[in-house]
Design a protein around this ligand. Structure first.
Ligand SMILES: Nc1nc2c(ncn2[C@@H]2O[C@H](COP(=O)(O)OP(=O)(O)OP(=O)(O)O)[C@@H](O)[C@H]2O)c(=O)[nH]1
Ligand SMILES: [Mg+2]
Length: 364
């Protein structure tokens, strides 16, 4: 599962990527600096790991990770191939969620491809290109389905109706994620086409240093514009945070963050939000050798969670011993949790909860 950073050229996507990952992408003040997508595996900051480490004192601690992709900037006409648009759109299609970066800072030295700062217009420019690409996908499919529908094929007729609804929506500027489908229709006709505007989205407002805490007028405009989208809007002083991240010393970084009014990097919040946007959650294993955060889909069963560690664990799953994170911390150790009767034994049907500390029993 990976989240792609999307936006106009020169809005700070690569700077954000660098800020999030250790791999340094090329970032520079000219449009189209990025061409090949950069992929980074980013640790998911989780204070619960620190707490478990204090209690268990393991040899090592491994955080959960999430993949972030820095994609090249899109411009008007991208869906028609402008500015290598087709290649970039293909890169976006391969991701599972979109982090849409909007430039919300003034700075005459940083070129804006459309001349002035206007995040609402920028968002529309990008949305339109993504919608046009999806329209192309929908129309191609519609052409194929139409013939079968005409011959009276019931299945094809249902699919045709769904595709027409998508086509009309897109033509009116509505992204597919905002359209309603029945669960069955969605699974059969929408999901397989991997539409770009069906991917979950989050907006990242790139602001100046002074707006890192409470945003600015541009951010307010963005919030107003997306209020019906049910999408998160995150405020981040990308350039400033990137500078702070360059510092090696933790104390020093913390000091600069406090200077701009933050107690933790906005980028940490962004990573956690991206993780959620990808429908991911964390369970822990806690032993003296290793305390580790593992990633599972929200809604995963205990055997599926075991399968993240090893496929044999899933195949041979017998049961799981589960301690809620809060119980683990309140009682202070696995032994004390057991004593208090707070350790649960769960079977194959168990739906994993975020923060579960799990131990699997299995046959091989
Ligand atoms: N002042 C200021 N400058 C920024 C900020 N974020 C990025 N920049 C500058 O803007 C320029 C472009 O940033 P990039 O991160 O390369 O932009 P991009 O969106 O990846 O651009 P493309 O790869 O061309 O699509 C660089 O000179 C950055 O230093 C910011 O928050 N504030
Ligand atoms: Mg870039």
């Amino acid at each position: 599962m990976k989240a792609g950073i999307v936006g106009l050229p020169n809005v700070g996507k690569s700077t954000l990527f660098n800020c999030l990952s250790n791999a340094k992408a090329q970032s520079a003040n000219f449009p189209f600096c990025t061409i090949e997508p950069n992929i980074g595996v980013v640790n998911v900051p989780d204070p619960r790991l620190k707490k478990l480490e204090e209690l268990v004192k393991p040899e090592r601690v491994l955080p959960a990770t999430v993949e972030i992709v820095d994609i090249a900037g899109l411009v008007k006409g991208a869906s028609k191939g402008e500015g290598l648009g087709n290649q970039f759109l293909a890169n976006i299609r391969e991701t599972d969620a979109i982090l849409h970066v909007l430039r919300c800072f003034d700075n005459d030295n940083i070129v804006h491809v459309d001349g002035n700062i206007n995040p609402i217009r920028d968002k529309e420019t990008i949305d339109i290109e993504l919608q046009l690409k999806d329209l192309e996908t929908a129309e191609k499919k519609l052409d194929k389905v139409k013939r079968a529908a005409k011959t009276g094929n019931k299945e094809a007729q249902k699919e045709e109706a769904v595709l027409l609804k998508i086509k009309e929506g897109l033509e009116q500027g509505t992204s597919i994620r905002a359209l309603d489908f029945s669960e069955d229709d969605y699974a059969a006709y929408v999901k397989p086409l991997q539409f770009i505007t069906d991917k979950p989205v989050m907006y990242v407002c790139n602001v100046d240093e002074n707006s890192a805490v409470s945003g600015n007028d541009y951010v307010e405009q963005v919030k107003e514009a997306v209020k019906n989208e049910n999408a998160e809007v995150l405020v981040l002083a990308v350039g400033t945070e990137a500078d702070i991240n360059e510092l090696d010393d933790y104390e020093e970084r913390q000091m600069f963050l406090e200077d701009i009014g933050l107690d933790e990097p906005g980028s940490s919040k962004l990573i956690r939000s991206a993780y959620k946007l990808l429908n991911q959650q964390t369970y822990f294993t806690a032993g003296v050798k290793e305390v580790r955060a593992w990633t599972v889909d929200i809604g995963a069963t205990a055997p599926q969670a075991a399968g993240v560690i090893h496929t044999d664990f899933e195949k041979g799953f017998i049961r799981a011993e589960v301690i809620a994170y809060d119980d683990y911390v309140n009682y202070g150790s696995e032994a004390k949790v057991k004593e208090a009767g707070k350790m649960r034994v769960e079977g194959k049907q168990y739906i994993v909860k975020d923060g579960d500390v799990m131990h699997f029993l299995f046959n091989v």
